[in-house]
Design a protein around this ligand. Structure first.
Ligand code: HEM
Length: 143
């Protein structure tokens, strides 16, 4: 149940984070001003990743991976690439990405200069996107 939700919300997360990033880059290049829409795009993305954090933690807790971790211990998990990915790499990188998105959203809100707002969105969301794309279990997701 949580895994299914986590999987479905991932599509929205990837699309919205990508959209916020591209939007910021386009607005910087065209020297467009910051409008309400720009705020709502970034706001929705930051809200969705917070939801995804909760869903991720629940998926983690109820997954067979967590059960395995409890049974075999951390050292054994680190020796297996699949277990290491789902128990360590995926959650850690995603938590980092989510922190960047939330920080970027709050930092951009504080700025009064439009260019600075878009620069902050582009950097924070751009780096977060790289983290997310690098640690998505693509094969399992599209299976
Ligand atoms: C931006 C945030 C995140 C994205 C985009 C994301 C994306 C995904 C995707 C696409 C899958 C594969 C789903 C499937 O098999 O159909 C997955 C699985 C999983 N994710 Fe995440 N995730 C995120 C954050 C997290 C966090 C923060 C945690 C834990 C703290 C987490 C824990 C897990 C676990 C344990 C699985 C495997 C579930 C299972 O196969 O039983 N994820 N994630």
């Amino acid at each position: 149940m949580f895994k299914l939700l986590h999987s479905g919300v991932s599509y929205l997360v990837v699309l919205l984070v990508l959209f916020t990033f591209i939007n910021a880059i386009v607005k910087l290049r065209t020297k467009d001003s910051y409008k309400k829409n720009d705020y709502y795009i970034a706001f929705t993305a930051s809200l969705l990743v917070k939801m995804q954090l909760v869903l991720g933690l629940l998926s983690y807790y109820f997954s067979s991976y967590y059960e395995t971790l409890r049974q075999v211990g951390f050292k054994a998990v680190m020796k297996d690439s699949t277990l290491r990915f789902f128990i360590m790499e995926h959650p850690l990188m995603m938590v980092l990405a989510i922190s960047l998105i939330v920080l970027g959203f709050y930092n951009h809100k504080k700025q009064t200069d439009d260019v600075k707002k878009f620069k902050i969105l582009a950097w924070y969301f751009g780096i977060a996107l790289v983290f997310i794309l690098s640690r998505i279990p693509w094969a399992q997701w599209f299976n």
